[in-house]
Design a protein around this ligand. Structure first.
Ligand SMILES: *Cc1c(COP(=O)(O)O)cnc(C)c1O
Length: 417
């Protein structure tokens, strides 16, 4: 559920007409609904009300400071995967004791930054990383809280590019080797073992893979107990899917019920790292129809937004709903919606029945709040688009549209040319 609805023929974000935002900010523009963000956070939080838990929002899904602040105000922590994300989260005012740090390639300076900031724990993804964190912590006189990210070898039944918990994935440590690594970690003086972590994939539309994972983790927790290691945190990652088209993912309440049921006897503090579920349907990308063109075999609607602004369709063949900002078109057409980029893969919708848009029409690409702006680039020297947050009848630009001057920031022409 979200707050992008029609009033008459006009699409609104909460109480603000999209056309009003566009009149002020231009296109393309990402628009986020604060009420939708808050609602999704609360739904997730309430799903685990029965047990101690922290919702550590996965920053990479949408890292705008205003989005981070929305969740932090509601008691949320963050899951980060880089020093840059830590910087953002601290800027937004996160409690460092609610920060978990995932990712297979943490660098020394990033580890040091996180230790100095006093984060809760590192989700360690390899043997060598364990040694490295111990070394860096020792060098600066800190103790690092750690969990091992276990790869449970469970198929989340989602897109291969966003499957992370199978044996062949680069993520985590194979569950069969995890005990050995915990044993090594126990002997390291600058580490403090406080948890177990996993994250099996993204856009999951079933609860069963999560439950299967927990069953496997339980055996490991028993093994740890036998070794005299008692942990406090069980981090179950993110991955709960959303509806883009006709998927029917479980509601957070259903997901929560199954997980609480499966974990309650453990008496652990649960951590979650939802990304897409909190932000996906809370954002849209609005572009403008520049031209329409009838090819020999296809109709094209050419818009000012492109794959550099929203990469998911070209990257994964993902579906984003297409809606008219003003519902005034007569009839529909079957067409591709494409951007100005010089790549055949530059499309936002393919072979879709859409309103018969004409030049100047505004088009909303729905469910673009997750992995939208954060995956955007300057390809084709296109300035990154503006981001706007709406709250009730107010709206504000939360990231200004880039200028062409910013495109060349840091570039120099060497003296020898
Ligand atoms: C990307 C990621 C998440 C968030 O995944 P969603 O599918 O957006 O919920 C959580 N944890 C880790 C380690 C990730 O890499």
């Amino acid at each position: 559920m979200h707050h992008f609805q029609y009033k008459g023929n006009d699409l609104f974000a909460e109480e603000v007409a999209i056309k009003e935002i566009v009149a002020k900010v231009g296109t393309p523009v990402y628009i986020y609904s604060q009420a939708t963000l808050a609602r999704h956070f609360k739904a997730m939080d309430e799903a685990f009300a029965a047990v101690p838990h922290t919702i550590c929002y996965s920053v990479k899904a949408n890292s705008n400071l205003a989005v981070l602040k929305t969740f932090i105000n509601l008691g949320g922590g963050v899951d980060i995967v880089s020093g840059g994300e830590l910087f953002r989260a601290l800027k937004a005012g996160v409690d460092p004791q609610k920060v978990v740090y995932s990712g297979v390639g943490k660098k020394d300076d990033e580890i040091e930054y996180a230790l100095n900031a006093g984060i809760l724990m590192f989700n360690v993804e390899s043997e060598q990383e364990l040694d490295r964190i111990n070394e860096v912590a020792g060098r600066i006189g800190k103790k690092a809280g750690i969990a091992i990210r276990v790869n449970p070898d469970v198929d989340p039944e989602t897109h291969p590019y966003i499957t992370t918990g199978l044996k062949k994935a680069k993520f985590g440590i194979n569950i069969e080797r995890a005990l050995d690594q915990y044993k090594r970690a126990k002997a390291m003086p600058h580490l403090s073992i406080i948890g177990i972590d996993c994250h099996i994939g993204s856009q999951l539309t079933k609860v069963a893979p999560f439950v299967d994972t927990i069953k496997k983790l339980k055996r490991l927790i028993t093994g740890l107990k036998e070794m005299g290691i008692s942990i406090k945190y069980l981090d179950l990652g993110g991955g709960l899917g959303i509806q883009y088209n006709d998927e029917l993912p479980p509601l957070p309440a259903e997901y929560g019920k199954a997980i609480v049921e499966e974990t309650k006897e453990l008496g652990l503090h649960l951590l979650f790292e939802p990304g897409r579920n909190l932000v996906g349907n809370a954002g849209i990308l609005v572009g403008k129809c520049l031209f329409t063109k009838k090819g020999d075999e296809k109709n094209f609607v050419i818009v000012d937004a492109a794959m550099n602004d929203l990469a998911r369709p070209s990257l994964y063949g993902s579906f984003h709903g297409v809606q008219a900002v003003n519902n005034c078109q007569s009839g529909t057409v079957i067409a591709d919606i494409v951007g100005p980029i010089c790549e055949s893969g530059d499309f936002l919708a393919k072979d879709r029945e859409i309103p018969a848009f004409t030049q100047g029409d505004l088009i909303a690409f729905m469910s673009a709040g997750a992995y939208g702006f954060t995956m955007s680039s300057n390809y084709n020297s296109r300035p990154r688009v503006a981001e706007v947050m709406v709250k009730g009848s107010q709206f504000e630009v939360v990231r200004a549209r880039e200028t062409v001057e910013e495109l060349i920031k840091g570039e120099t022409i060497p003296a020898f040319l």
